[in-house]
Design a protein around this ligand. Structure first.
Ligand code: 4NP
Length: 146
């Protein structure tokens, strides 16, 4: 069974959304793919997703309140078929850690966008934009990798 790992910086905003959107799509389409999420940083290990991320997921009918942040580790590079960075920096950090099986989520969409980090710069509105962008990319990713 294919295993995909979404990786952002804190694992409390973007990768939990990507993981949950992917899991929802996989389940609705009866696919056999395992997904997980992790962060390159360790600041939020053990924490639930940020409240705005939980809120936007809820708005779209997905509950992410039970997810817990974890930091990516070397085992992930062999345990997962593919690691998917949410932006260029995530991809570069993973490559620096020795990960070879890594792509950027935005590469599945025309224009290869970075998924911007909504944590630092924007209020709730940023989360709505990011959710929709992640959803578009995740569907393309799953359709390609299934
Ligand atoms: P994420 O957002 O990478 O989408 O989970 C962040 C959340 C928190 C921090 C960085 C990014 N932080 O430095 O605390």
């Amino acid at each position: 069974m294919k295993k995909l790992l979404f990786v952002c910086l804190g694992n409390i905003c973007r990768s939990p959304l990507a993981e949950a959107i992917a899991r929802d799509y996989i389940s609705k389409n009866n696919l056999d793919i395992i997904v997980d999420g992790a962060g390159t940083g360790d600041w939020h290990v053990g924490n639930a997703p940020y409240h705005y991320a939980q809120q936007v997921a809820q708005e779209f009918g997905i509950d992410i309140s039970n997810l817990k942040a974890r930091q990516v580790n070397q085992n992930d590079f062999t345990q997962f078929d593919l690691l998917i960075g949410l932006d260029e920096k995530n991809v570069a950090d993973l490559k620096n850690l020795g990960c070879k099986n890594v792509v950027k989520l935005g590469n599945y969409l025309e224009g290869n966008p970075d998924i911007p980090d909504p944590y630092f710069y924007e209020g709730y509105e940023g989360y709505d934009k990011v959710y929709k962008l992640i959803e578009q990319c995740v569907i393309k990713l799953i359709e390609k990798e299934k």
